[in-house]
Design a protein around this ligand. Structure first.
Ligand code: NAD
Length: 258
């Protein structure tokens, strides 16, 4: 069954392997979507696109710094020119600046928010305009915007001050997008991963090795999740199976916040 047949998707931060963006792009393509995966690491995104294409899927890699409004305009114009539509946006690109507050500089804090939160504003605002455009029937085509937050956007986690601020912002911003887009069939939801085994966690855990055991003790399932666990949640939210779901948050964390 091709759950995303005929749909055009944009996934940001798609270069990292293992990463949530690449796993999502691969999963979407398996279900019939035409996928645009973007990243500031173009070579990495191209490698993932090549893997999708080799498996019979449709994927295009584009260079994209999600903090740049000019890049957002260029990427969406390219998709519009090629496809004439955008059905799914996954705002996935993100960074994690971790550490106790006294060690976090103002520059770190601003950068964290620029990459994790401002980017979601830039992308959602533009996607809303594209998704509101009339389709064949003359009414708004609609679409699904999926914003990747974190458990740190739901509960306080020591050492995550700037990260939590950005991810908490993503959660609440998503609800506003949902409310403003609802009447035109544009849905927006946030996804809150716990500890998922990707490059971002590799770095975070390397930098915070002392915290590793303590963090594991907080996960009732006592293991990290796999990128595919998030990709499958994203697939559900991207598909019409979730057509009555908007403004909601979806926690995928092995019970961490239960
Ligand atoms: P990752 O580091 O493996 O991948 C992140 C990708 O984003 C990389 O390819 C990187 O190049 C890209 N990126 C970073 N800054 C960018 C920018 N300015 N413009 C464009 N691309 C940029 O991380 P991941 O684990 O795959 O995380 C994906 C998302 O999930 C992030 O938003 C992260 O905060 C969130 N998240 C991850 C976890 C986890 O445990 N892995 C948990 C909660 C939330």
């Amino acid at each position: 069954m091709a759950r995303l047949a005929g749909k055009v998707a944009l996934v940001t931060g798609g270069a990292s392997v293992p990463g949530l963006g690449s796993a999502t792009a691969i999963r979407f393509a398996q279900e019939g979507a035409t996928v645009y995966l973007t990243d500031r690491d173009l070579a990495g995104a191209q490698a993932v696109a090549a893997q999708i294409t080799a498996a019979g899927g449709r994927a295009t890699a584009l260079e994209h710094d999600v903090t740049s409004e000019a890049d957002w305009d260029r990427v969406l114009a390219a998709i519009d020119a090629a496809e004439g539509r955008l059905d799914i946006l996954v705002n996935n690109a993100g960074i994690a600046v971790l550490g106790p507050l006294e060690d976090v500089t103002a520059a770190d804090f601003l950068r964290q928010n620029d990459v994790n939160l401002n980017s979601v504003f830039h992308g959602s605002k533009r996607a809303l305009v594209m998704m509101r455009r009339p389709g064949d029937g003359g009414t708004a085509r609609g679409g699904s915007i999926i914003n990747i937050s974190s458990v740190a956007g739901l509960i306080g986690v020591p050492g995550c001050g700037s990260y939590a601020a950005s991810k908490g912002g993503v959660r609440l911003f998503s609800k506003v997008v949902a409310l403003e887009g609802a009447a035109d069939g544009v849905r927006c939801n946030s996804v809150h991963p716990g500890m998922i085994a990707t490059n971002i966690q590799g770095v975070a855990l390397e930098d915070n090795a002392a915290n590793f055991d303590a963090v594991m003790a907080l996960i009732p399932m006592v293991r990290m999740g796999e990128p595919e666990d998030i990709a499958n949640m994203n697939l559900f939210l991207a598909s019409d199976e979730s057509r009555y779901i908007t403004g909601a948050e979806f926690v995928v964390d092995g019970g961490m916040t239960a």
